[in-house]
Design a protein around this ligand. Structure first.
Ligand code: 1CP
Length: 353
């Protein structure tokens, strides 16, 4: 189907565009009252993920309010460990938690790439969302990086620091490599499943890669993302499928990320777009990088920040506007409208008519 709005894909292929495209990490989420209402109807976060009709409904919610240039399928990176038998639940004050975290070598030796049927609900949600979107904007599929998934699987829950996975890295790196290898195969298969179901771009979230020093980052995080890139359907149904890599806190690794052959590199607010553009050069397009906390400021402050970020990237195609990390639940939805409209309005002067 012909896309009505293909700014997001054109920016990735550096084709001329009228305005800079924008989408927002976690754009479907708790800051929207309609999301909270649908989650209530679903009964739980996990049920919401596993019910394609409801996952589709919340994916579309932010697009009904704001002129976003891409949709991202509502799901979670932790669906893969769940499908591997770890049993995901969401504890209200604590965040996600596994009922059967990895505690010993045997738990890792037992793991296998999940049966595609166990993640079929994601592919159904994508197919349904594509039908409902009817070409309005492209749909992004996603996964966590093997390193980030391993961090949650070994810790058992969301925690600052992830001391247990770091300890395993020192004590038994081979065992950790076995886990990362299975996860890389699982992630590649899941992203390919999402592409086959209709995702027009895919993103790998390496939320915890920034915990590592360069040598460990290369060996335990980047190496496995590179494996995934080599296994992905980069062309599907005569269409090029772009890949976005995002290592939170990964400014130090920018050249390495650019060297992977990923089409887009996501950055957070640690560095300016100007510096990122210079260091990445022609090797990849840049996505980012407004601090999410700025969405709590006044509309004037938000517009000023948008102006600065657009100026930092400068002239031409090759930038996708986003936050440097997910939007937080306390953001007033009206501020998101201010942001999206400001990006479109204030970016026109950076593109040729
Ligand atoms: O309703 C709720 O209370 C659940 C909150 C929530 C939401 C809205 C969770 C639990 N997951 C999601 C959806 C989600 N997760 C999306 C949806 C698509 C979108 O609109 O962007 C995406 C892309 C994710 C990805 C995700 N999940 C990441 C990577 C991105 C990031 O923010 O770094 C991570 C680390 C997770 C794990 C996870 N799932 C949920 C939470 C609260 C967390 C973070 C846990 C932590 O604090 O470590």
């Amino acid at each position: 189907m012909q896309l009505k709005n293909d700014r997001f894909l054109k920016a990735i292929w550096r084709q001329p565009i009228d305005k800079t495209p924008i989408w927002i990490m976690r754009q479907a989420g708790r800051y929207l009252p309609e999301y909270r209402a649908t989650r209530e109807r679903a009964g739980s976060f996990i049920q919401l993920c596993k019910t394609p009709e409801l996952a589709c409904e919340v994916t579309l919610q932010p697009l009904q309010r704001f002129s976003l240039d891409a949709a991202i399928i509502f799901s979670d990176i932790l669906t893969i460990p769940d499908a591997m038998g770890l049993g995901l639940e969401l504890v209200e004050s604590l965040g996600p938690r596994f009922n059967h975290p990895i505690r010993q070598a045997r738990d890792i030796e037992r793991l296998a790439v999940p049966d595609p049927n166990s993640l079929h609900y994601v592919y159904e949600a994508i197919a349904l969302t594509k039908r409902e979107l009817a070409g309005l904007v492209p749909l992004i599929g996603f996964c966590g990086s093997p390193w980030t998934l391993a961090a949650y699987m070994i810790e058992g829950q969301a925690k600052q620091g992830f001391s247990q996975v770091l300890a395993l890295m020192q004590e038994d790196p081979r065992l950790l490599h076995n886990l990362l290898d299975i996860l890389a195969q699982s992630v590649a298969a899941h992203l390919n499943g999402q592409i086959a179901a209709g995702a027009e771009a895919v993103m790998i979230f390496d939320t915890w890669g920034g915990l590592l020093e360069l040598a460990d980052y290369q060996a335990f995080s980047l190496y496995y993302m590179q494996q995934i890139l080599s296994l992905l359907y980069r062309d599907y149904n005569k269409k090029r499928i772009p890949v976005i890599l995002f290592t939170k806190g990964g400014a130090r690794f920018l050249e390495r990320l650019a060297g992977t052959g990923s089409d887009v590199i996501g950055i957070d607010w640690e560095i300016s777009l100007q510096e990122a553009r210079q260091r990445v050069g022609e090797r990849a397009v840049i996505q980012g990088n407004m601090h999410p906390a700025l969405l709590l400021e006044t509309p004037e402050v938000i517009r000023e920040e948008v102006r600065k970020i657009l100026a930092s990237f400068g002239q031409g195609s090759g930038h996708i506007f986003n936050l440097g990390h997910g939007i937080t639940p306390d953001v007033p939805p009206e501020h998101v409208k201010v942001l999206v409209d400001a990006v479109h309005e204030l970016s026109e002067c950076y593109h040729e008519k």
